[in-house]
Design a protein around this ligand. Structure first.
Ligand SMILES: C[S@@+](CC[C@H](N)C(=O)[O-])C[C@H]1O[C@@H](n2cnc3c(N)ncnc32)[C@H](O)[C@@H]1O
Length: 284
């Protein structure tokens, strides 16, 4: 990320989530705060032109993927809460709104938003501007993964690792170093049984077909020009094996076919995720 600047990709992801609320029927991910968190001006502009971010042939795939990954994370979170998990760690939260619409009774699910300090400061200003109150069950944990670990950040924030947690980590791993990603996964893997994680990742360019490679390169150019170059890629089979070695007993890699089958079947508008989409669901 550019030094001390809030994440531009976080803003783009939030615009896609908000546009999904306006453009897609049925919605894959219902987020009643997605528009409000954009602020008065941002919300009005999106309502006036919901297609403002639909600037390339990739746009609808990205919008679908942003919706599907949040949906899967919150579906998995609900299962984790049923297993008795009482802490939700949103890693690289961006403008994620879960903590402000937490549906569980107070004290049942404590939320921790972990993010780069610059993005977090910007988000807090956006929340204030939008008049969205900070709930008592939310704690902010500023962490720059280039110089700190998730473990350190959560310890300072008062998160109790021994009690277990569910982690979502959406749209982030590709922007971190491989070392930071693996350190984070090992830490999550050391959580007690019942814990789990949902994260997405970029597939290694060497595994892509020429057509996929062209789409990958267009995306890579765009995020690099926003100051957030892609840094980490995975081969699905090797990542699945690594997660099992770290102690995850259930490891489920979802590629585009599985995601489309689960969330985009039988739609009349043809909305679906593109072939670069990969989501990992891992439970302890
Ligand atoms: C594409 S956004 C995703 C935001 C959110 N999860 C979503 O889906 O809308 C990437 C997020 O990763 C965070 N991030 C990128 N590099 C980081 C770093 N070195 N340390 C901490 N957070 C980082 C950004 O601040 C941003 O919130």
């Amino acid at each position: 990320m550019k030094e001390n600047r809030p994440s531009a990709t976080a803003r783009r992801a939030a615009i896609r989530r908000a546009a999904h609320q306006l453009l897609d029927d049925p919605k894959v991910f219902e987020d009643p705060l997605a528009l409000r968190i954009m602020g008065n001006e941002g919300e009005s502009a999106l309502r006036a032109d919901p297609r403002q971010s639909e600037t390339s042939p990739l746009s609808s795939y990205l919008r679908a993927f942003v919706a599907a990954r949040s949906r899967r994370a919150e579906d998995e979170l609900a299962l984790a809460v049923r297993r008795g998990v009482g802490q939700y760690v949103i890693v690289g939260a961006g403008l994620d709104t879960f903590a402000y619409r937490n549906p569980y009774p107070q004290g049942v699910l404590l939320a921790y938003e972990v993010d780069h300090p610059a993005t977090q400061t910007w988000k807090r200003a956006r929340l204030k501007e939008a008049g969205i109150a900070l709930p008592g069950d939310l704690t902010f944990a500023p962490v720059d993964f280039d110089i700190q670990t998730l473990e350190e950040g959560l310890r300072s924030a008062g998160c109790d690792h021994g009690k277990g947690a569910f982690f979502s980590w959406l749209g982030v791993t590709e922007y971190l170093t491989t070392q930071a990603v693996m350190t984070t996964l090992r830490f999550i893997g050391s959580s007690p049984p019942g814990s789990g994680v949902v994260f997405d990742y970029m597939i290694s360019p060497s595994l892509l077909s020429p057509a996929q490679r062209a789409r990958f390169e267009a995306f890579a150019r765009r995020v690099a020009s926003a100051g957030e170059p892609l840094q980490t890629f995975f081969e699905p089979e090797a990542l699945t094996r690594d997660l099992a070695v770290m102690g995850f007993g259930h490891v489920e890699d979802n590629g585009p076919e599985e995601i489309n089958e689960r969330y985009f079947k039988n739609r009349s508008d043809g909305l679906r995720v593109g072939s670069l989409s990969h989501l990992m669901v891992a439970r302890l």
